[in-house]
Design a binder for this molecule. Sequence first.
Ligand code: IPM
Ligand code: MG
Length: 348
Amino acid sequence: MKIVLLPGDGVGPEVAGVARDVLMTVGEIYGHKFTFEDHLIGGAAIDATGEPLPDATTTACQSANAVFLGAVGGPKWDGQPKRPEQGLLGIRKALGLFANLRPTRVFSCLADSSPLKRDIVDGVDFVMFRELTGGVYFGEKKREGDRASDLCVYSAGEIERIARAAFIAAQARRRKVTSVDKANVMETSRLWRETVNAVAKDFPDVELEHQLVDSMSMNLIRHPRAYDVILTENMFGDILSDEASVLGGSIGLGSSASLGAGGLGLYEPVHGSAPDIAGQDKANPIGSVLSAAMMLRFSLGLGAEAEALDRAVEAALEGGARTADLGGTLGCRAMGDAILKELRRATP
Ligand code: IPM
Ligand code: MG
């Protein structure tokens, strides 16, 4: 099984290093052979080749079973014509990764690290399905004199495929989908709502509710336990998923999977490049480790291994292992080692 690693910028290489160690250990313990190939993306790729997404990177990803991405971006590339983020947006588009899954699960032992009260966040467990290849991100962008515009475009087909993925996921969970839009203002949102309603007819066992994005942003912190699967378009999902990431105590815990129609997926932590702590061994690798677990589950067909990894993370946290973002003293590598220790302890 070929895994392409795209370490990228900032803390990306540090957390990607932990993801690789963890996957290698899973391979050793369970007898799977993973091969790793490193490629350039983002600012690192601009520095080396002039392009945020070199062709060699795209080609390598297309022939891989799964891709792990660290992070892209940083102040170093501000104001330049080519932006590191183009690498990330480009690879999502090139691989047809239209479904971005961002789970939020609050670990009980961390509930007191949350800025919200324990009785609000304890037991929170939802997954966001963010549409990833359409909307304002990919519509026409224009600048004419002192005016600028970004076009927001969706087709019914683009909405339908992400909606279907969300409903299928809900069937295996608590059977509730909350679709988020701005149908009181935006035409793309009205199409979104109609299409989601049509898809829902095929899933009579799943409850569907619609929420406007502004009140959803409020409800998400008022009663986050009310949600199971949250389905939304690209930009709303970008914003709401950052909001969701603080519920569990730190954005360093957030993991994500970006999936397309086939088995190939791209897995990345939610935290981004964190240039302020880059190169200091301070990043929390848990977002990366949980992303690696999703890789095992969704692209490599190794569900039991994924569960073992999820459990190892929880056991390390329950044992008191904490990086600085959670008020602890462990560095990125030491936190990774604490998880590896639990993984080895729990498995023959
Ligand atoms: C994310 C990020 C990206 C996005 C940026 C880096 C382009 O914020 O993955 O949420 O907006 O999608
Ligand atoms: Mg974002």
